[in-house]
Design a protein around this ligand. Structure first.
Ligand SMILES: [Zn+2]
Length: 355
């Protein structure tokens, strides 16, 4: 094992890592579940994957060939970039102490825009202090391993195409439908990012020029019409004008997309109308993108897809009406809670090994 990797780990941290429960300041670190994907009998290439999410940090050692998560640790995301980076380093070092083999590389899925070179974070929407942070340089300096980073939607797209619901399918269109709507295009196992890294931004196609304001500053983007935040916003606006809804019993700040979906499923007309409108826009947005790309498959991930058929049935119906390719399928993402770290692995394979 390389002294570069392990030289700065304290005995105290080493002993703590044995129990997989430790804390850094006020940050509690707990073991995450492990054991995704098919079992493997040998290690072909171990990658250290880091997932910087808005609410949690996760680190994992993953067998790159199979996508099997060998070990993983996670913690809540600290309040700023410096503390987040320190916490992630601690997770990584704790994993490396017990690593069964020497990892070949580090791959990072980052919850925010990343520069086209895959080395510098542009910013985080959720955690202050990340602006123009040379994250790949920091990790290479501190862990002594080559590193590549990608935006979380791009990383998830690569992961689903390499290990998940779109395994081996090309081109693949991936959308994450969550608080916002992100997207990624994978062609022949490679992320397609266009001339200046703006490709795949499915969430920012204009669907209603006079529609609601989007986080990007424009009006009527798909994200402003069908994301979790936009569903919540639309429901609150309807409630302000019409109290005849079960949602009116909730405090306004609890009227989120999950509550709207539940009320719609229970037959609430106001919630049903808001949900149906959002699903209509989502279907149109996917069909528009599919008519440009003609993907082999569209994979949908993100929190809203937990609504299951309540989301997929209307979306598939509208896609079938509007997409020119009658064979196009829209399927749920398969990687679940491990999509972030598997995205890190995929971006490492994609960038560092050209594999
Ligand atoms: Zn937008």
């Amino acid at each position: 094992m390389s002294p570069i990797l392990f030289g700065s780990i304290t005995p105290a941290l080493q002993s703590l890592s044995k129990r997989y429960v430790l804390s850094i300041g006020s940050v509690d670190i707990v073991p995450a579940s492990s054991g995704y994907a098919s079992p493997v009998t040998h290690m072909t290439a171990l990658v250290l994957a880091l997932d910087f999410g808005g609410s949690k940090l996760a680190a994992a050692l993953v067998d790159a060939a199979s996508g099997r998560v060998v070990s993983t640790l996670r913690c809540a995301t600290p309040a700023d970039a410096e503390a987040s980076y320190a916490a992630m380093l601690a997770l990584a070092r704790a994993l490396l102490i017990d690593a069964p083999d020497h990892p070949h590389a580090v791959g990072v899925s980052f919850g925010g825009p990343v520069q086209a070179d895959g080395r510098v974070v542009r910013l985080s929407m959720h955690v202050p202090g990340w602006n123009d942070a040379p994250l790949a340089d920091w990790i290479e300096r501190d862990l002594g391993l080559p590193c590549a980073i990608a935006n979380d939607a791009d990383a998830a797209a690569l992961a689903e195409q390499r290990y998940g619901a779109g395994r081996g399918l090309t081109p693949l269109l991936y959308l994450t439908v969550s608080t916002g709507i992100g997207g990624g295009i994978v062609i022949d196992r490679r992320m397609f990012r266009g001339a200046r890294a703006w490709a795949g931004e499915v969430g920012h196609q204009t669907l209603d020029p006079n529609g609601p304001l989007c986080a990007c500053g424009r009006r009527g983007c798909l994200e402003a019409l069908a994301s979790g935040l936009s569903i919540a916003r639309a429901a609150r606006q309807e409630l302000d004008a019409n109290e005849a809804s079960s949602l009116a019993n909730l405090p306004r700040d609890q009227v989120d997309a999950r509550a709207v979906a539940a009320a719609a499923a229970a037959g609430d007309p106001l919630a049903g109308a808001v949900w149906d409108a959002a699903m209509g826009w989502l279907g149109i947005g996917i069909a528009n993108a599919a008519n440009v790309l003609n993907p082999a498959c569209v994979v949908l991930g993100g929190g809203l897809t937990q609504a299951g058929d309540q989301l997929f049935a209307p979306v598939r119906r509208i896609v079938a009406e509007r997409a020119l390719d009658p064979a196009l399928t829209v399927v749920p993402a398969a990687l679940g809670e491990h999509v972030g770290v598997l995205g890190g692995v995929a971006i490492a394979c994609n960038t560092l090994w050209k594999g």
